[in-house]
Design a protein around this ligand. Structure first.
Ligand code: ASP
Ligand code: MG
Length: 445
């Protein structure tokens, strides 16, 4: 079985949908995971935000945009009056659900229910589109099999049994479609896998069905070796290892959900990132294989806050770091990067909702300094097999940029720097020269 995922940008307009469902061999032994139509989950999140602050007029406007967008796609994608009618009914039904939140505040449960509407609608509309083309396809509801355990991780054994049960209902069917992103939690309440989570749905399905490949179809020709929004001449990476791809996905390469590598890596299932706008392009293959001796890619993550604690009490003491981390645990804030010296420790966080409380409690342990508007620049490559040559090159390249933190060692495939965000574009461009030098003869590798 192959798992294919069509992201929002591959199914944003009727033409994109038609194009996506023209890619070769999609009807053969495949399960296709669909996101919401492009931009819909953003609109639904904004609807929740506005409803929470009682901005009903804006909420209502957003609902109208969501409704119009689906009606538009329906009218231009489907031709039969009957099928259009079914789709319109579905859109109205979804609107009725959303309208209930126009005059009351939204609870967490209700938020999750709202966020699922995008995926539920795109699945239904595309199902009708495929039926209209007389394609033999079965629709599988994600709520029937995609489930989280009490640790909020996918319950793989449940998913394995439940998904196979669904598939076995259609013994002669070779094509299945299902929703990405949406799931149930361990108490059977509606939940989701986090923003961008349909990649994760695809790789979880890949794992439980032991698929031969997971194809992520998007609107770019693979993972790029730098951020194309800030750097010219970035190139798609042809081969990258699971570990390298995970680092990049976490540190800002938005193409892939950061957790989505885990389920496929466990079973060595290759993932290929392909472009619906250019299906012939070879894309990026993520697998066990990786080209050694290369600085492979650079990614940056903004919105980082650093917290530094300095304390003489740390010297030769034990248990100090435990006390520090207990504070973060108490305020449910995860620490991403960490560096220490004998008398100080520096950490980065992304979620600053409890920053004041955290700083207050940490100041009982030492002198605390907080810096916001920071960026983590992450350089991924193989730093094991080429002495310190690449590391030296990177440090030389960043010569004129003040570096706030450096992390290397826990993984030999990633060097991360924290810098002030104002230097980000300069750093990405300077580092791009290192990549270009190393990959001069490697464009197609
Ligand atoms: N529709 C969801 C989102 O926009 C999930 C996804 O597209 O992967 O986050
Ligand atoms: Mg995505």
């Amino acid at each position: 079985m192959h798992v294919l995922k069509f992201g929002g940008t591959s199914i944003g307009t009727p033409n994109q949908i038609k194009r996506a469902f023209k890619i070769p061999n999609y009807r053969n032994n495949n399960i296709i995971v669909l996101s919401a139509f492009s931009g819909i989950t953003n609109l639904l999140s904004e609807f929740i935000k506005q409803s929470k602050i009682g901005n009903w007029i804006v909420s209502e406007q957003i609902l109208k945009i969501v409704e119009d967008n689906h009606l538009n796609i329906t009218n231009r994608l489907l031709s039969s009056t009957n099928f259009k009618k079914i789709a319109v009914q579905q859109i109205k039904q979804s609107k009725n659900i959303l309208e209930k939140f126009l005059d009351k505040r939204v609870s967490l449960n209700e938020e999750n229910k709202i966020l699922t509407q995008g995926e539920l609608l795109s699945l239904k509309i595309i199902y009708l589109f495929l039926l209209e083309q007389e394609i033999d396809v079965a629709l599988i509801h994600a709520f029937n099999y995609m489930k989280l355990n009490d640790q909020r991780e996918p319950d793989l054994s449940f998913i394995h049994k439940a998904l196979n049960k669904e598939i076995n209902k259609y013994p002669s069917c070779r094509l299945f479609i299902t929703s990405g992103f949406i799931c149930k939690d361990h108490k059977n309440k509606i939940d989701n896998l986090g923003r961008g989570g349909s990649d994760y749905t695809a790789t979880i399905i890949g794992n439980v069905l032991n698929a031969s490949i997971v194809e992520i179809w998007t609107d770019i020709d693979g993972l790029h070796n730098n951020d194309p929004r800030f750097v010219e001449n970035t190139q798609a990476i042809r081969h990258i290892s699971y570990n390298e791809a995970s680092e990049l996905a976490y540190f800002g390469a938005k193409i892939l959900h950061p957790l989505s590598i885990v389920p496929v890596q466990k079973r060595s299932i290759p993932v290929i990132i392909k472009n619906t706008l250019d299906p012939e392009n070879q894309g990026t293959v993520i697998s066990d294989y990786s080209i050694p001796k290369r600085i492979k890619a650079i990614a940056a993550k903004d919105g980082i806050t650093t917290i530094k604690i300095r304390s003489g009490r740390m010297m030769q003491a034990y248990g100090f770091l435990r006390k520090v981390f207990e504070v973060f645990e108490k305020y449910e804030t995860s620490v991403d990067m960490l560096t220490t010296s004998e008398v100080s420790v520096a950490m980065t966080i992304e979620n600053i909702s409890n920053l004041n409380n955290i700083s207050k409690e940490l100041s009982l342990l030492g002198e605390v300094k907080v810096e916001s508007n920071q960026t983590i620049v992450c350089i991924v490559g193989d730093f094991c097999n080429n002495g310190n040559e690449s590391i030296q090159k990177i440090v030389d390249t960043l010569d004129s940029i003040p570096i706030q933190m450096i992390s290397f060692g826990s993984s030999k495939i990633n060097i991360s720097f924290v810098i002030d965000s104002e230097y980000k574009i300069e750093a990405l461009n300077a580092l791009n020269n290192c990549i270009l030098e190393e990959t001069k003869c490697l464009v197609n590798n």
